[in-house]
Write a protein that binds this ligand. Structure first.
Ligand SMILES: *[C@@H]1O[C@H](CO)[C@@H](O)[C@H](O)[C@H]1NC(C)=O
Ligand SMILES: *[C@@H]1O[C@H](CO)[C@@H](O)[C@H](O)[C@H]1NC(C)=O
Ligand SMILES: *[C@@H]1O[C@H](CO)[C@@H](O)[C@H](O)[C@H]1NC(C)=O
Length: 623
């Protein structure tokens, strides 16, 4: 026990040495909180985002404040529910600081249905960052389950809110994370301070899980140039007086220059701190070499593969296993070995030296003392280390409209579409929705499904357009199959629904069969016998006659030949008649001509009494 106490004392002392220079370098991430009601409190106030839960990076959240009647510090379970009724504003629980961990307050508030927790400071002081307690490993399970955002507010704001609530005023608050991260350009720079140690309980496990889950998104962002990622490793140095102590010898490399705590906190068993430092160095060197060859994203593969293939508990946390992973990723092992150098030499290692320098805070980023730490656009990330939350934070680092597609994909679901389809248009039958979850909240936008573009306002209507529109839910038009026959009211070349021939209706919900027989549309000749069918009709003829659909009439069975013969006969007869007629006219005209000739000759000899008359006979008696 005493031995152990001494060891812990040393560790604490080493940490103290390390932190000697970090006092005053811790930057509190401030955020704005807007009170919109009551009017006496209207205004924008500062709050500090908690280092747990899931802040809504890039978004805002509106809620109404509730101060519990009892359990003011939220250290115990609530026996009432703060869950807002459907359509009601979400509840922001106001709790007093003190008596228990911030995380426990948040957890109790979340279990009781609150949407966020505001912790009112109990003294007048600058805001601090509420953090996850290191000592709470035993109950760490609930820490991973905190999803509601949390914010620390000043004592004076807390007092004002309590006072307003006590006189029955409604306090409405808007938590705004849109400016929580600076977004200077179209590329987000972020660093992840991590550790290769895999034997530190839930914290290590959640770190590895995060790397595994986030790998896909990280690699997409990196490959397309949307992000520049750098991994970092914390080490510290052994105080001079202890360089030759057993502790520093087992925890440090390069003569006490770079140290890490013993993974099992026991110097006599398992791996030593220096094994962790060497492995961290290999990971840092892997990144350096991969980055130099233009493939920085390979680091994510190396780290996840190493965690899977070379775990401490299988006693594979060593150089040999690491080399196998490096070779499988086709990265130059020689270069990595050069970079690692000789851990037992009394010299600086350039990579680890740079890492130690980088630990010291600069600009808007404080010193890095907590593992893991994520720094996005040089600002420390607050919140749960989980894929969606981190991706949201990175996406919030892009200028609006320059964010890559992955930020607008379902990878960053806000789940707002799950409730009432986010108020957007949807076609349940076709499983098509206009609701899209993005990290900035949901948007209602007519989708493109299987190459079919929908157009509309996204809220009340969307219509399929284009050549393939009938492919999806038949373009929203009526369609029916009956006895093997299918009819559709959709046509690819039209944007409307129109009932096919033989049907009538709106084309969308109904197309009713037209009864061609009753409505006297077809099959109406005297010999015709009409029978309506679905989508058409059947017509038959009595007396051995045949129905001709195109003429809608009945003809005799061998009518085909008869028709042609009679046709020929009609032509022949017609020609004959024309010939006869022509001949008759010819004859008649000849006669008339001769008559008039004779009359003209006769007229030379005698006056004719009746010139207008056609003389059928010459009156010789007058001559
Ligand atoms: C935390 O969440 C996990 C998975 O969602 C669940 O199995 C576990 O019981 C939860 N823990 C607590 C303390 O609620
Ligand atoms: C990685 O490579 C890029 C481009 O070559 C360079 O700008 C960056 O500084 C490198 N990062 C590190 C940590 O070496
Ligand atoms: C609807 O589509 C989504 C994604 O396209 C799919 O996950 C879901 O299973 C579909 N639901 C039904 C009822 O087809």
């Amino acid at each position: 026990m005493r031995e152990m106490g001494k060891k812990l004392g040393l560790l604490a002392w080493v940490w103290f040495m390390l932190c000697g220079f970090c006092v005053g370098r811790f930057v509190v991430e401030k955020n704005s909180l807007k009170v919109s009601s009551p009017s006496a409190l209207n205004g924008v106030y500062e709050c500090a985002i908690g280092n747990f839960g899931v802040p809504q990076y890039g978004g805002t959240m509106v809620g109404t404040v509730v101060y519990p009647k009892a359990n003011h510090k939220a250290c115990n379970d609530f026996d009432i529910s703060f869950k807002s009724k459907p359509g009601g504003l979400p509840t922001f629980l106001l709790a007093d600081r003190g008596d228990c961990y911030f995380t426990l307050k948040a957890w109790n508030a979340q279990k009781a249905g609150a949407a966020a927790i505001l912790v009112a400071d109990d003294k007048v002081e600058p805001l601090i960052t509420m953090d996850t307690p290191e000592e709470e490993n035993a109950k760490a399970e609930y820490l991973q389950n905190i999803t509601i955002p949390s914010a620390l507010i000043s004592k004076s704001l807390g007092d004002s809110i309590r006072k307003a609530l006590s006189i029955g005023e409604m306090v409405n608050i808007n938590l705004d994370w849109t400016e929580a991260l600076p977004h200077p350009d179209e590329r987000v720079e972020y660093e992840f301070w991590t550790n290769s140690n895999d034997e530190c309980g839930p914290k290590c496990e959640s770190q590895i899980d995060f790397v595994k889950n986030f790998k896909g998104a990280a690699q997409i962002l990196e490959k397309k140039g949307y992000s520049q990622f750098t991994p970092h490793y914390i080490t510290w140095y052994c105080p001079e007086a202890f360089i030759f102590s057993k502790q520093c010898k087992s925890q440090c490399i390069n003569h006490g220059r770079y140290c890490a705590p013993d993974p099992e906190q026991d110097f006599n068993r398992g791996y030593d701190g220096k094994d962790v430092v060497v492995q961290n160095l290999r990971q840092a060197c892997f990144f350096k070499v991969a980055n130099e060859s233009g493939k920085p994203w390979l680091w994510w593969d190396y780290v996840t593969d190493f965690a899977i293939r070379c775990p401490m508990k299988e006693k594979k946390y060593n150089e040999e296993c690491s080399n196998q992973v490096i070779k499988s990723l086709d990265v130059d092992l020689k270069k990595i070995e050069n970079c690692v150098g000789d851990p037992s030499a009394d010299v600086d290692n350039p990579v680890l030296k740079a890492e130690q320098d980088a630990q010291i805070g600069k600009g808007t980023r404080g010193d890095v003392t907590i593992l893991p730490t994520l720094v996005i656009n040089n600002r420390q990330y607050r919140g749960k280390l989980d894929k969606v939350a981190v991706l949201k934070a990175i996406c919030a680092g892009f200028e609006e409209t320059t964010e890559p597609a992955i930020c607008l994909s379902e990878d960053i679901e806000t789940n707002e579409c799950l409730h009432n389809n986010g108020g957007c248009w949807q076609d349940k039958a076709a499983n098509v929705t206009a609701c899209k979850d993005t990290f900035r909240g949901r948007v209602c936008e007519c989708p493109v499904v299987q190459g079919v573009k929908f157009v509309g306002d996204g809220y009340t209507h969307c219509e399929a357009t284009g050549a393939l529109r009938c492919e999806i839910n038949n373009g929203g038009c009526w369609k029916k199959t009956h006895d093997g026959a299918t009819y559709s009211a959709c046509a690819d070349n039209s944007k409307d629904c129109k009932c096919p021939q033989g049907f009538k209706g709106d084309g969308i919900n109904t197309c009713d069969d037209v009864d061609e027989c009753k409505e006297k549309i077809a099959c109406q000749c005297p010999e015709c016998k009409c029978k309506n069918t679905w989508g058409s009709y059947e017509c038959s003829c009595s007396g051995g006659l045949l129905y001709m659909q195109e003429h809608d009439t009945c003809i005799s069975k061998d009518g085909k030949t008869e028709v042609s013969w009679s046709f020929i006969w009609i032509i022949i007869l017609g020609l004959a008649a024309a010939g006869v007629g022509g001949y008759a006219i010819y004859k008649y005209r000849i006669r008339r001509y001769m008559d008039s000739e004779i009359r003209a000759i006769m007229a030379q000899y005698m006056p004719l009494d009746n010139q207008g008359e056609i003389p059928n006979h010459v009156s010789h008696g007058n001559v």
